[in-house]
Design a protein around this ligand. Structure first.
Ligand SMILES: [Zn+2]
Length: 173
């Protein structure tokens, strides 16, 4: 959680309003604190999921989901597709919604709200880029792998359940 003591517009000390939100009386600005949104996509094919391994801190070397922080006003689906292109070079189509998970980002210790989708690869040439060291196809039945981000470990468990229910509904009657 971020502590605000002074107005970033005029520099005056902040007071709290009746909802306990830090507020600048002269600028009439309230400093609301919200979770920061991220979005990620789990591309699946033939019982496997494409995951990334981080090349930067926090959690360098850890398994991760392709994705990242949203830009202001950006829809999570659009952000997940953008991040996938930036990190993998691949064009991804969102095929299903998986889950929303809350967590704390270790750098800055602020709350994050993570939206995850299932996707499929529809184009591009795969190459690890940006904060990604490598890309790995992992059998979904081997999940969850333990990530340095607890919400990622949880999302991988959810993916396994999603995959199992997806398979059972497609079995011949
Ligand atoms: Zn002010």
């Amino acid at each position: 959680m971020t502590i605000y003591n002074f107005c970033s517009n005029c520099g005056s000390p902040l007071s709290t309003n009746k909802l306990n939100v830090p507020t600048c009386a002269s600028c009439n600005i309230s400093y609301y604190q919200n979770s920061k949104p991220t979005a990620g996509v789990l591309p699946v094919k033939d019982g496997m999921v494409l995951l990334s391994r981080r090349g930067e801190e926090p959690n360098i070397g850890s398994i991760d989901i392709i994705g990242g922080f949203l830009e202001e006003g950006e829809h999570p689906e659009v952000g997940a597709i953008r991040e996938a292109k930036e990190e993998t070079g691949l064009d991804i189509k969102i095929t299903d919604f998986l889950c929303i998970l809350m967590d704390t980002y270790q750098v800055g210790n602020y709350a994050i709200q993570n939206t995850y989708y299932i996707g499929e690869i529809v184009g591009g040439k795969m190459k690890p880029m940006d904060d990604v060291a490598s890309l790995e196809w992992v059998p979904i039945n081997k999940l969850p792998l333990v990530s340095g981000f607890s919400n990622v470990t949880e999302a991988l468990s959810r993916l396994k359940k999603w995959h199992q229910s997806h398979q059972s509904t497609s079995l011949p009657q």
